[in-house]
Write a protein that binds this ligand. Structure first.
Ligand SMILES: Nc1nc2c(c(=O)[nH]1)N[C@H]1C(S)=C(S)[C@@H](COP(=O)(O)O)O[C@H]1N2
Ligand SMILES: [Mo]
Length: 196
């Protein structure tokens, strides 16, 4: 820091994205009823722009390398939660054998929810199919058996009860994006709504 710099006082607490406040509890935000998906029939599918499909059963997902992630999450309704602890499979692992030239991804969920993001944002150790939270199985109301976890974007991008990801050449807005929320949703640039 340069001498004479008049910044904010140094504090132990790192900054939050603009317009967010901290919460200690874990609010549940669901646009519809909580689907109950038995593990015996649960599956996760990545489909590509050429129609190829890559499927994992629950047991197959569990057999993949598992990662832990401790991350801050930011909901567009302005709550943020620090240091949430997850376990799951990195999208890097799932995308390894997937041959695609697509630039866009649309996550879709049991129950019908959808959300879109650039495929690049699922890469680079920044996105997981998470199935454990805080040391236990992911509770159904928070997206169990498994949810997408993309903490660097507003939390509506982290589709609960995720069932698959469609890769496509063209961007396809999802549930909230179609309703006026931002296409990308970077909390640090406060991209809440279209036009932000
Ligand atoms: N399938 C599905 N996923 C979803 C939602 C939803 O309504 N349905 N809500 C989103 C929103 S707006 C937020 S803030 C988070 C909330 O996750 P939580 O209920 O675990 O806090 O899930 C996101 N993923
Ligand atoms: Mo949200």
């Amino acid at each position: 820091m340069s001498p004479g710099f008049q910044g904010r006082p140094r504090s132990a607490e790192p900054a939050l994205p603009p317009g967010q406040y901290l919460t200690q509890d874990f609010p549940v935000l669901s646009a519809g009823p909580t689907p109950r998906v038995p593990l015996e029939t649960w599956e996760f599918v990545i489909s590509t722009e050429s129609g190829a499909e890559f499927r994992w059963s629950w047991d197959e997902l569990m057999a993949l390398p598992q990662e832990t992630a401790t991350v801050d999450i930011h909901c567009v309704t302005r709550w943020s939660k620090r240091d949430t602890g997850w376990q799951g499979v990195s999208l890097d692992t799932l995308l390894e054998g997937v041959d695609t030239g697509a630039r866009y991804a649309q996550a879709h969920s049991y129950g019908g929810y959808t959300t879109n993001l650039p495929l690049d944002d699922l890469r680079g150790g920044r996105a997981w199919i998470a199935h454990r939270y805080d040391g236990g199985p992911l509770p159904a109301e928070h997206g169990g058996p498994a949810r997408l976890l993309v903490p660097h974007l507003y939390f509506w991008k982290s589709a609960k009860w995720v069932r698959g990801i469609r890769l496509s050449v063209q961007d396809q807005p999802g549930f909230w994006e179609t309703a006026g929320y931002h296409d990308y949703g970077d909390p640090w640039r406060e991209q809440r709504y279209q036009g932000d």
